[in-house]
Structures are given as C-alpha cells and as structure tokens.
Design a protein around this ligand. Structure first.
Ligand code: GDP
Ligand code: MG
Ligand code: ZN
Length: 344
C-alpha cells in the first residue's frame, strides 16, 4: 500500500526512529490553508498543519495515528519542485515534493514558446527529478514531426512525446516514459489535467475550456492533487503557473543548455564568454545555423537569474549562520562562566 504511494526502502530506513515511537508515514495528497489531507496505511485523514511548517503535495510526514492523529514531523524531501517566492523574500516555495518525473506540457495547438520550455526545464533539473516533455493536443496539429524536432533541439537529453488526450495517441508511450511520482507542469490550458485523466483512465481531474481570444485556459485546477496511477506510480496535477522563478545555481541551467556547453568546448579561449571572441565555437554554431541566436540569449538570461537567486539565498544562509554563531558564542560564554564559578 505504502509502496503504491511511492514509499520505499530508503525512506523506511530513515524512518526507524519514528517507527520506534509508533509513528507511521503518510503522504500529503492535498494542501489546504491550515490543514492537509494525508493518506497512509491506516487510511486517509485531514490533519492540522503544524505551526511554522510549509507542507506541500507529495511530502511524507510522520503521523502519530491516535484518536486525534497528529503530524509530528516532515520527512526530509528527496527532491522538490521549488519556485522563487514572489516579493522581497529570498525564501523559496516548494510546489511538489519527492518527485521522480517532471512532465512539461506543451500545447501543439499554440505557438511554441521556447524560452518558457527552457525555463521549465531548468526548474525540472533543479528539482532533482527527470524531465519529460509531453506535446499535447496532437489531434489539433499537422506538422508534429517538425515541432517535435524543434522542441527536442532545445531539450538535450530529454524525451519528447506527442500525445492527444482526445484520441489517446501517444498516451502509451508517455506512460512508459514516466515513473514513480510524476508532476505535471505547464501553463494553464496546456492540457495537463486532460493528459492526467488519460493516464489515470478516469475523469478525476477537472479540465477546463480554453478562452477563444487568447487560447489561455481558465484556472480549473486550483489545488495540487496527488492521485494513484493504475499502471503504477502517482500523479500530481498542478494549476497553470504564470511565471516560475529559478531558485538554484547555474548547474541546472547548464544542463538545459548542454549543447552550448558542447560548442563552447571548441572555443579558442578557455574563458570565452561567446560575445565576439575570435574562434568562438558557440558563435560559429550560430553562424552555421546549427543553433538559433535566441538560445544563447535565453541561456544568458536564465544563468544570470539563477546566479542572482543563488547569491540571494547565500546571503540569507550567511545571515542565519551568523545568528547561529552568535548563539553558540553566547552559550560558550555562559559555560565558561559556569566552569569558572565551579573552579573558583
Ligand atoms: N483537441 C484536444 N483538446 C484538448 C486535449 N487535451 C486538452 N484539451 C482541451 O484543452 C483545454 C484545457 O485542458 P486542461 O486539461 O484543462 O488543461 P490544463 O489547464 O493544462 O489542465 C480543455 O478544453 C480540453 O478539453 C487534446 O488532446 N485534444
Ligand atoms: Mg488543469
Ligand atoms: Zn565562445
């Protein structure tokens, strides 16, 4: 039962201390304002979210399952989809936890937005999960092979599959590409919930009509919900995210732009910035038409953003660290005083 929800040996090993106290693991399937729905081997329950903790769908928690069950602790997240918090805070927000596969839904019925796909890929790599791109609404498109090639070119090392929730085309291939806990990401109206339903074989996820004028969907999926997939694994649907800020360092961005890294290996100068240096492998790739100029611009933009975010969170950690050191010093001083009193 627990394994069907994504629990495994390694989670269990780290849970030994909780087991010794009679606590059981449960998975968060939906988050409400001050409570969350969890499911575990003892059943499903709506529990109060402990003060000061920010739980998200997909989290595992240790529950004291009594007359009034209670969440005792959050189990360390293995992976998490995070986004930079809006506003001044440098604290990031987790959208889904313990995710194995991130599906980026891209509608074939709309003009391609390469930069948006690159950004979501960076978010996916950053999470520690494996990205897969699902081109949706294949029944509405004609030049699928060409779009698939274009998308593959901007997603090195990522599987791209064309699907239709309406005809069922590609759904079996899609099913074979995902494993474990899968989260659906993409803008509202992309067909995430419909694809989710095709996978589940139900209408459990609410879908919505697309507005005629701008092709955008209404936000029908208001909450992130976790559902068990009959063929194995679990699925987390998300509402369309308008914008999602990067939270990690440069590594995930470099992973998205692995091709640029490869062309860059041919640059004459080892520290080439690919601006106008002679013998630049990246500029040569652009000149030869192997890679669009746009991609280099997008790479720079996301790299800048990730470095800025990383610096911001470093500053926050440093501030926290200083506070800790101050506290330790205070404790030490108190201890010395105590010893001095005892010895004196
Ligand atoms: N023709 C067609 N329409 C689809 C397909 N998948 C979704 N849609 C439509 O696109 C709209 C948005 O779908 P939905 O799944 O709610 O998108 P979400 O906002 O990403 O969850 C709905 O009107 C769906 O009926 C598909 O494969 N083919
Ligand atoms: Mg939806
Ligand atoms: Zn260069």
């Amino acid at each position: 039962m627990l394994s069907g929800l994504g629990w495994d040996e390694s989670f269990e090993q780290n849970f030994a201390a909780h087991r010794a106290h009679g606590r059981v693991p449960a998975r968060v399937i939906q988050v409400h304002r001050q409570a969350c729905d969890v499911i575990g081997e003892l059943g499903q329950a709506r529990l109060k979210t402990p003060k000061g903790s920010a739980l998200c769908t997909g989290d595992w928690v240790a529950v004291r399952w009594a007359d009034e069950p209670e969440i005792v602790e959050l189990v360390s997240r293995r992976t998490a989809i995070t986004r930079a918090a809006v506003g001044g805070s440098s604290e990031s927000q987790a959208l889904a936890a313990n995710v194995d596969t991130v599906v980026i839904a891209v509608s074939l019925a709309m003009a391609l937005r390469p930069a948006r796909i690159e950004r979501l890929l960076a978010v996916a790599w950053e999470s520690g999960a494996r990205p897969v791109i699902a081109l949706t609404k294949a029944d509405l498109a004609e030049n699928i092979a060409a779009i698939q090639a274009e998308v593959s070119a901007l997603a090195p090392g990522v599987d791209v599959v064309a699907t239709s929730a309406n005809t069922g085309e590609g759904v079996d291939i899609f099913t074979a590409l995902i494993s474990g806990t899968t989260v659906l990401l993409g803008p509202s109206g992309a067909g995430k919930s419909s694809l989710g339903n095709a996978l589940l074989g139900t209408n459990a996820l609410e879908t919505g009509a697309v507005r005629q004028q701008d092709g955008k969907g209404r936000h029908t999926t208001v909450r992130r919900e976790l559902l068990v997939v009959p063929s194995g694994g679990v699925l987390i649907d998300t509402p369309g995210l308008r914008g999602i800020g990067l939270t990690g360092g440069a590594e995930s961005v470099e992973q998205v732009f692995a091709d640029i890294e490869t062309y860059g290996a041919n640059c004459h100068f080892r520290d080439c910035a690919h601006h106008n240096e002679p013998g630049c492998g990246v500029l040569e790739a652009i000149e030869l038409g192997v890679m669009p100029r746009r991609r280099l611009d997008s790479y720079r933009k996301l790299l800048r953003e990730s470095e800025w975010q990383a610096a911001r969170s470093d500053a926050r950690l440093r501030a926290k660290g200083t506070e800790r050191i101050r506290r330790i010093t205070k404790d030490q001083r108190a201890m010395y005083k105590f010893r001095a009193r005892q010895e004196g």
